[in-house]
Ligand binder design. Structure first.
Ligand code: CDP
Length: 226
C-alpha cells in the first residue's frame, strides 16, 4: 500500500516495542527511522563516563550543560555514535538504563536532543519513537501512536532481547527498571510522557508484530484513504 509523505510519531511506555515496530514501518513504507531514546541514552553514557552523574543519580547540571556544547552525538552506520566511536551496544545495557530517565528530566538535555531531532523533520517520511514525539518534538505529526502493554509482558520481551544479544538479564531487575523509568518519565516537569489528544492507542500485550502491522495498515487506509 502507498502512504503519503508524513511524520509518524510513536510514543509510549518503556519496552512496549516502539522501536521494533518503527523499524518495521520504516521498512514497509520506505520511511526513515529515528530512535530518539538512543540520543538520551548516548547523553547518559557521556554523563556517566565524564562524571556528570553520581552513583545516587545526582546530576552536575551546569557541568553537563557546558559539555553538551561540544558533544558530537549522532546516528551513523550501525547505530549511535559519539564522534567516531560507535556506542550502540554500551547504551543498551542496564547501566545506562538505570540513569537515562534522571538524565532525560534535565531541560538542557531535552533541548540538546530536540534540536537534533527537529533537524530531521524537513525530510518528512520519517517514523520517530520516544516519549514526547507527538506532544513536543513533532506536534504536527500526521499520525501519532501511543503504545502500551502489560508490564510483565514488556519485561519478559526486554529480558529476552538482552539475552538474545548475549547479555545477562534478570527479569526482576528489568521489570523494576522499566517501572522506575515509566514513573520518572510520566512525572517529570519538562515534556512528560503523556498521550497526545490525537494519538491512537495500541495495546500490544497480546499481539504479534504481524498483527500490529495489519492493524496499522487498517488505520492508514481509513485515515489516508487507501
Ligand atoms: O526502548 P526503551 O523503551 O527502553 O526506551 P528508549 O526509547 O530507549 O528511551 C530511554 C529513555 O530515554 C526513556 O526511559 C526516557 O527517560 C528517555 N526518553 C525521553 O525522555 N524522551 C524521548 N523522546 C525518548 C526517550
Amino acid at each position: 500500500m502507498s502512504i503519503p509523505d508524513i511524520i509518524i510519531a510513536i510514543d509510549g511506555y518503556s519496552s512496549t516495542g516502539k522501536s521494533s515496530f518503527a523499524k518495521i514501518i520504516a521498512n514497509e513504507f520506505s520511511f526513515l527511522y529515528l530512535d530518539s531514546g538512543a540520543l538520551y541514552r548516548g547523553v547518559t553514557l557521556f554523563a556517566i563516563e565524564n562524571g556528570f552523574i553520581s552513583d545516587d543519580n545526582t546530576i552536575d547540571v551546569p557541568g553537563l550543560t557546558l559539555a553538551l556544547e561540544d558533544l558530537d552525538l549522532h546516528f551513523g552506520e550501525g547505530g549511535t555514535y559519539i564522534g567516531e566511536r560507535c556506542i550502540e551496544s554500551e547504551i543498551r545495557g542496564l547501566g545506562v538504563a538505570g540513569k537515562v530517565s534522571p538524565i532525560a528530566t534535565v531541560p538542557q538535555v531535552r533541548d540538546y536532543v530536540d534540536r537534533k531531532l527537529r533537524e530531521f523533520g524537513s525530510a518528512k517520511r520519517i517514523v520517530m519513537d520516544g516519549r514526547d514525539i507527538g506532544t513536543t518534538v513533532f506536534p504536527e505529526a500526521e499520525l501519532k501512536l501511543f503504545m502500551t502493554a502489560d508490564p510483565l509482558v514488556r519485561a519478559q520481551r526486554r529480558a529476552d532481547e538482552m539475552k538474545a544479544k548475549g547479555d545477562e538479564a534478570d527479569l526482576d531487575a528489568v521489570l523494576k527498571n522499566l517501572q522506575e523509568r515509566d514513573y520518572i518519565d510520566s512525572h517529570r516537569e519538562t515534556s512528560p510522557l503523556t498521550q497526545a489528544p490525537d494519538a491512537i492507542v495500541l495495546d500490544n500485550s497480546h499481539m504479534t508484530m504481524e498483527q500490529q502491522l495489519e492493524w496499522l495498515k487498517d488505520v492508514i487506509a481509513e485515515r489516508f484513504g487507501e
